[in-house]
Design a protein around this ligand. Structure first.
Ligand SMILES: Cc1cc2nc3c(=O)[nH]c(=O)nc-3n(C[C@H](O)[C@H](O)[C@H](O)COP(=O)(O)OP(=O)(O)OC[C@H]3O[C@@H](n4cnc5c(N)ncnc54)[C@H](O)[C@@H]3O)c2cc1C
Length: 420
């Protein structure tokens, strides 16, 4: 069943009212299509609003070639979208909604009030003004013979339109609406998919009870982390993270999470190396450590000579055998390269984002499903990942933009063919 037509305009359905779906809806409405947005939740943009809780990074202001590198091995697949709707376009788009942005010291771009709610409010208002209709509590269930099946408060219904855009998100934080349950339906229709896995996530380690009780919640403010990824390339970054009860979490861990996750997938566990003193070179650490410590305990020696805190000492004791602790050159080397064995990722529901979903080889360059002409996909439901820092929303908005524009073009071609 089609929604009641309001005109002879072409009709579009967008499934998912997150940033990707809303951007697609905007492009479709601007192209003068009649747009109906369906979402399983009672209100739109729940994950987007959560992203605004701790200060939302809407995009990133680094040089564009560097920006593109953040999408790992999906740079090529995303290139068209990221070029069509760049970080600068995102800032202008937000500004047109009355939301000015600023570049933080790390290059991350924030709305001036750091929040997502005012932006979402203004955006939804503009979409409604443009004629977009919202149908909340409509959960897409399956492809039907005449349209798309939705679960609603009054039972199952079927809806159809000239074109459809799927923007049903990834599979983290399922309670906000994106649960990835659509995967099996897409698979049955010949779409290539990769199972969802956590991205930008914390990890489990085998902490001793002593370490867990004493240091859970303690941050490491400036530390290096390095590893050899599954392709044999060395990866390293400097940043901060926090000891959790079950392991480690925080921005540095999230930034390295895809490499760590892939190593665990391949080897069953992953070893990363921490540089506890990234501002001091190996020689200096050894020199300081080798000065006589007199009656001082090792931990107060480490503190007074190298500025190491109890959590550093705790980690050193947790990760090193006693013999290494007693041998100054080995201890100095370990402070610069402390091995940390990571057992498993935290559950996907806790992750900031997910990797996996619809594979790019199932889509044409317009993000239309090759096996299902007239149906497009956008946002986190596509198989790409990126670190936190504005890259996630950037690609969601950009793919929504491209899918919306391409779907509008496709619809008009269909109409012309029908008229001829
Ligand atoms: C805590 C947290 C903080 C974050 N902070 C940032 C940040 O600062 N910067 C950044 O770039 N990114 C951030 N992100 C990530 C960002 O919010 C997501 O990548 C983005 O929201 C994904 O957009 P999307 O439109 O693809 O999917 P979503 O936002 O997940 O929206 C998908 C929509 O589809 C609906 N849906 C799902 N299945 C169905 C169905 N079967 N039928 C109907 N509707 C359905 C859902 O209800 C949802 O409304 C954060 C994420 C989290 C969890």
């Amino acid at each position: 069943m089609m929604d009641k037509p309001r005109s002879s305009k072409l009709r579009a359905i967008v499934i998912g009212a997150g940033p990707a779906g809303l951007m697609a809806a905007e492009r479709l409405a601007l192209a003068d299509l009649e747009v109906d947005v369906y979402d399983a939740m009672p209100s739109a943009g729940r994950k987007f609003l959560l992203a605004g809780k701790g200060g939302m990074n809407i995009t990133h202001a680094e040089e564009f070639p560097l920006f593109q590198l953040r999408y790992f091995n999906r740079q090529q697949d995303l290139a068209r979208a990221l070029n069509a709707f760049t970080p600068q376009h995102i800032r202008e788009w937000a500004s047109n909604l009355g939301i000015e942005t600023f570049v933080g010291s790390s290059g991350r771009v924030f709305p001036v009030d750091m929040k997502a709610a005012p932006l979402l409010r203004a955006w939804l208002h503009r979409l409604r003004e443009a004629g977009v209709r919202f149908h909340m509590r409509h959960k897409w269930l399956s492809f039907g013979s005449k349209g798309h099946h939705f679960q609603t408060l009054v039972g199952e219904i079927e809806k159809n339109a000239d074109i459809v855009i799927f923007a049903m998100g990834g599979a983290s934080w399922a309670r906000l609406g994106s649960d990835g349950r659509w995967l099996s339906q897409f698979q049955e229709h010949g779409v290539n998919l990769r199972s969802f896995v956590p991205s930008n996530c914390g990890f489990n380690l085998d902490w001793s009870l002593y370490f867990q009780q004493k240091f859970a919640g303690s941050p490491l403010m400036k530390v290096g982390m390095s590893l050899e990824d599954i392709t044999g390339e060395s990866r390293s970054r400097i940043g901060q993270f926090v000891m959790s009860e079950t392991g480690i979490e925080g921005s540095l861990v999230y930034a390295m999470s895809s490499y760590i996750r892939d190593l665990i997938e391949r080897d069953g566990s992953a070893t990363v190396f921490l540089d506890l003193l990234p501002d001091k070179d190996d020689e200096r650490v050894l020199r300081e450590l080798a000065t006589p410590r007199g009656a001082r305990s090792l931990s107060s020696h480490l503190r007074s000579k190298l500025g190491l805190h109890p959590v550093h000492n705790g980690l050193i004791q947790e990760c090193l055998p006693k013999e290494v602790m007693q041998d100054i050159p080995s201890l100095a080397a370990a402070i610069k390269r402390l091995p940390l064995k990571i057992i498993s990722p935290r559950p996907i529901d806790e992750a900031i984002s997910s990797a996996g979903g619809v594979c790019f080889d199932s889509l044409n360059e317009d993000l239309m499903l090759k096996k299902l002409p007239g149906m497009f996909c956008a946002g986190e439901m596509l198989d790409w990942e990126a670190p936190t820092g504005g890259y996630l929303l950037s690609a969601c908005l950009a793919t929504g933009y491209v899918a919306g524009e391409a779907a509008a073009r496709y619809a008009s071609i269909i109409r012309e063919q029908a008229i001829r």
